[in-house]
Design a protein around this ligand. Structure first.
Ligand code: FAD
Length: 401
């Protein structure tokens, strides 16, 4: 074994030992059936310091790299996809701050201190019908006299809704009646995008009680309704033009988001393949007089899913390591990051479907792990940008030089 493999094995043993994963896997079924949040998983993850993974040693954390965290997230997702997807949002927020710090911007380092004191960060970016995603917002951000903002709008699919204490959000600047947003160069202008953090204790926050979805149910990603919610001036991170605009914060968000979401679905795919193989070993063919593990058509089907899966883990590893090493892929970054996440989510769905065919009717039962995995994998269809939204970017990279 190489030194790196030994180190990754030690990380897995420290943060996600086998017995812990087994408990998570058992609970995943209950959380899904009862449509409830993963409170017990969260308590155990907290106890092991999982929420501090990205916090640098100088702030009291282990300072793991994106590569290391992505590997851990694959492992967690192989047992409890919804727990992994939701905790991803907290990890992503802290990974963003680490990425900025690694690139010389320490303005958000207060997040590390807050993580060490137990605050839970979440990601409030998705909005109904906002296919601009990071490049635009339909949440209104009204500047206040103290340099902060008041936000009004709806953020959908806020994972960790029962427990988050800090939410990163964006909004579009609108001039209030007093005309505070104005033409002065140092004042936010109408239509600019504000990024920053709001606190759970702030007035004006309502969490929707509507959450009955197909998969990833334990993530409890309920809508968050904001009504004149204050963003304190010291929690305003950026005011930038809407649309395409190079910025370290949004680059760090995209990188951590795409690769960590990819890691979750890679973990889902890996577990589906394991269950598929177990299914073929278990099922007997009266015709062949063997188990289906020896039936050529069944072997081929599983082999094809395996072929789909392997490049996904390679992409996540390679891109995460490049990101950690501050490699500058320039305009090639979004192509890589989004590609890894799209391919990973596709592999999860493909592997889950294949595995269902391997287990046959028994996997279709609601009490079978595979049936839940199949539904959890379906959530991968909805993370932005969709393949439809991304294709123009891949075409333009080749055609519109
Ligand atoms: C399991 C899961 C977890 C996710 N976690 C996050 C996350 O933590 N942070 C994040 O930013 N994005 C998250 N996403 C969002 C995701 O990345 C996409 O942006 C989102 O799914 C795109 O939705 P849509 O445009 O298809 O939504 P739409 O079809 O516009 O809406 C989807 C749902 O949002 C709710 N909704 C819509 N409008 C309103 C309204 N006015 N009031 C109240 N509720 C409304 C309804 O439940 C509706 O069914 C998550 C997605 C999934 C599937």
């Amino acid at each position: 074994m190489t030194d790196r493999e030994i180190h990754l094995g030690e990380l897995a043993e420290t943060y996600l030992p086998d017995d812990l994963l087994e408990r998570f896997r058992e609970r995943a079924e209950t959380y899904d059936r009862e449509n409830r949040f993963f409170d017990e998983d969260l308590a155990e993850l907290k106890e092991r310091g999982y929420l501090t993974l990205f916090v640098p040693e100088s702030f009291g954390g282990p300072g793991l790299s994106l590569f290391e965290v992505a590997r851990l997230q694959q492992r967690l997702a192989s047992a409890a996809p919804a727990t992994a997807l939701a905790i991803n949002m907290h990890l992503m927020c802290t990974g963003v701050v680490k990425a900025m710090n690694d690139r010389g911007d320490a303005t958000l380092n207060w997040v590390f201190d807050e993580v060490m004191t137990g605050e839970i960060f979440a990601f409030g970016i998705s909005e109904p019908s906002n296919d601009w995603v990071l490049q635009g917002s339909i949440t209104e951000a009204v500047p206040t006299a103290d340099g902060g903002f008041e936000l009004t709008g709806v953020k959908i699919f806020t994972s960790l809704s029962p427990v988050w204490t800090r939410l990163i959000v964006h909004g579009s600047v609108v001039t209030d009646e007093d005309g505070i947003a104005g033409p002065d160069a140092d004042e936010p202008a109408e239509g600019e995008l504000v990024y920053g953090f709001i606190e759970r204790s702030a007035p004006g926050i309502t969490v929707s009680d509507d959450w009955d979805v197909l998969g990833m149910r334990a993530s409890q990603s309920r809508a968050t309704i904001l009504e004149n919610v204050p963003m304190k001036p010291e929690r305003v991170s950026r005011v930038i033009p809407a649309g395409k605009h190079p910025d370290l914060l949004t680059f760090a968000i995209t990188s951590n988001f795409q690769l960590l979401i990819a890691a979750v679905y890679a973990g889902v795919a890996a577990r589906a393949l394991e269950l598929g193989a177990a299914g073929l070993h278990k099922r007997k063919s009266a015709k062949a007089g063997t188990t289906f593990a020896e039936v050529p058509e069944a072997r081929t089907r599983l082999a094809d899913a395996h072929l789909d899966f392997l490049p996904v883990t390679a992409m996540i590893d390679a891109y995460a390591r490049d990101f950690d090493d501050l490699v500058d892929h320039g305009a090639g970054w979004p192509l890589r990051l989004v590609g890894a996440r799209i391919r990973s989510a596709e592999a999860a769905r493909r592997c889950a479907e294949t595995a269902l065919m391997c287990t046959s009717g028994s996997g279709f039962g609601n009490n079978h792990e595979l049936s839940r995995i199949y539904r959890d994998a379906a959530a991968g269809l909805f993370h932005p940008p969709s393949a439809d939204a991304a294709r123009p970017m891949y075409a333009a990279a080749l055609l519109d030089g």
